[in-house]
Ligand binder design. Sequence first.
Ligand code: NAG
Ligand code: NAG
Length: 755
Amino acid sequence: MRQIERERERARSMGLGREETRRDEQRFPLFETEEAKGTASRISYKLYVGSIFVGVCLILVYRAIYIPREGEGRWSWIGMFGAELWFSFYWLLTQSARWNPVYRSTFKQRLSQRYENDLPGVDIFVCTADPIIEPPTLVINTVLSVMAYDYPKEKLSVYLSDDGGSDLTFYALLEASHFSRHWIPFCKKFKVEPRSPVAYFSTASQSGRPNAINKDEWSTIKKLYEDMENRIETAVKSGRIPEEVRSKHTGFSEWHSGISSRDHQTILQILINGRDPTAVDIEGAALPTLVYLAREKRPQHHHNFKAGAMNALLRVSSEISNGQIILNVDCDMYSNNSESVRDALCFFMDEENGHEIAYVQFPQAFNNITRNDLYASSLRIISEVDFHGMDGNGGPMYVGTGCFHRRESLCGKKYSKGKVEWKQEIQSKTDNRTSNLEERTKALASCTYEENTQWGKEMGLKYGCPVEDVITGLSIQCNGWKSVYYNPVRKGFLGVAPTTLAQTLLQHKRWSEGDLQVLLSSYSPLLYGHGKISAGLQMGYCIYCLWAPTSLPTLYYVLIPSLCLFNGISLFPKISSPWVMPFLYVMVVHNAYSISESLHYGETLYGWWNEKRMWVMKRTTSYLFALIDTVLKLLGISNSAFVITTKVSDDEVSKRYQQEIMEFGGSSPMFTILATVAIIHLVCLVGVAIRVVINREVGFLGALILQVLLCGLLVIINLPVYQALFFRKDKGCLPSPLKFTSVGLAILACLIPLY
Ligand SMILES: *[C@@H]1O[C@H](CO)[C@@H](O)[C@H](O)[C@H]1NC(C)=O
Ligand SMILES: CC(=O)N[C@H]1CO[C@H](CO)[C@@H](O)[C@@H]1O
């Protein structure tokens, strides 16, 4: 029905001079950008910044004037001065991301009125790397959720890059291709949301079957899904594909004996060829193209991790579907909104401003955050505050998932003014029979293809950096393009956040290390970006690039005041001195503002406190190790082994996660540092208490009160560490050898004389 109506309308409008109505409509943009200027919250923000700035200046003045004499803590004092200088500088940097935030909204209705029949092709890249860490069922749920986008199916192509080269993942994708013939029409008919089957059925199991859906159809599709899931899990458990399945699809013959995940030929299988008229769902409607790719891997060739996989996908897809827009998602990040493609197109296709936009980044959001966000993994302030600020300064970073790209800008084209041609025609080469297409395309994913080309340098994603996405996004912006941050209330993509402390710390180590390398690379936002992107955006990048170096002043500020307290050395003004005011003011107001901000974005008070704890923990471990590793690499000593393994059974771990009990349960240098620091604070605080009680001394406290306060706060922050050290008996506590080491180290630290 709809189709006919649309056709009729089209004919009518053509008769009436379609061009004219179009031009008329085009005065209304497809997206809108709102600045937050002048609102009450902006005014209070500027007051806050102004007053903190004055406070910080006073603190620095105090430090400079009152440097103590030799022998009275002169060097400790100068160290404090240095740390405070760094924090002041870093705090100024962070304001660049808060100064001018912008908020975007889209008009999908207008998009579909103007362009419904002229929408461009969209290629979706899903990347997976390991069938154990990223189970095949997780992967295919993501794939199914993007295959079911509300978008003309003949213009949609989904590519799965499997760097694990696993026949289990291939098998799961094959099953998914069969299931999609039922799932896609079901989604369309009942406007199902979200379109990841497992997410859909689990929300539906909480709220019951939606009334609109016929009971039979519901149970049929649910059973189909569960049967498929069972077959896949059985295969995964046994590690083998059933013989009768293997014999049915020639693709399996690629996994002959003697291939491994690090050594195999290119495996390219087009599971659904969208151009094949027989590839239809159970209602006879077109299906999206679905491709499995495991690029060639050989031990003697460096594979460049995810960047290498993405570049292989870029080439392979250019031959098969060549969509002008590319969506890149991680395999654990399913689509939570079937209209996200249309949202993104509202930016790219806007007549006025669309031509300069290279990518549209959606926030990273997660579906398994506990109520109080124990590990601060929701990255709430980054996604709700910082990225809007970067957007106001020229565009957010590309974070490697949930991002729509214009193909040409990702492939290295420089921005040039001019209208974009949106191609309707999906490339039609001479011979598009599936097997021929596969044969022709395979060579593009070989190890040697990139030799002596610009791939990884000027074209595609950049090689040689652990955060290939950030550096790629930056170079796109330096090529003159803009980017857009689109953060709707209902999140477009939901992923899985780390659920243990070790994973969280490791993730942040990787990020901070990568970001520091970006700063030191030839694409540094400071040098390379100079004159190419705005100063505000350069500062915005530096917030992240300087995560790792910030570890040193933080470690200093966390340790030295407490140790000086233990030694009776005063580092702050006396309680009776007026100079105590700026310290108290900055501390109280800064935290009060931060609390109000967190509460505003839906965090709980306890969640805010957890975030502060993680702030300390990340800075004293992840960032520190990232810094050390980077320095070692610069010195030519690479690959230190700071990798953590957790070996506790999954059920127990996830139960503790649900109960928000911090997970240690393993030995790692990071945990040793955390435990040592925590014990030092305890010893220092107890030491002072003993002096007060035994010696009946109180007088000396006047000069040390701020240090007592700081040390006390750190003790409270570290409560979970003490529990894990001394009280807990479960498998998530800290192991005994580590306890002894850290107690020993802490005692040593307290014995060091300070000057
Ligand atoms: C995901 O989508 C559902 C609707 O399907 C919505 O109710 C929910 O709020 C979304 N989740 C997030 C985190 O936005
Ligand atoms: C992979 C994973 O840990 N998923 C969990 C995320 O959190 C939800 C509930 O918060 C669990 O149900 C998932 O199992």
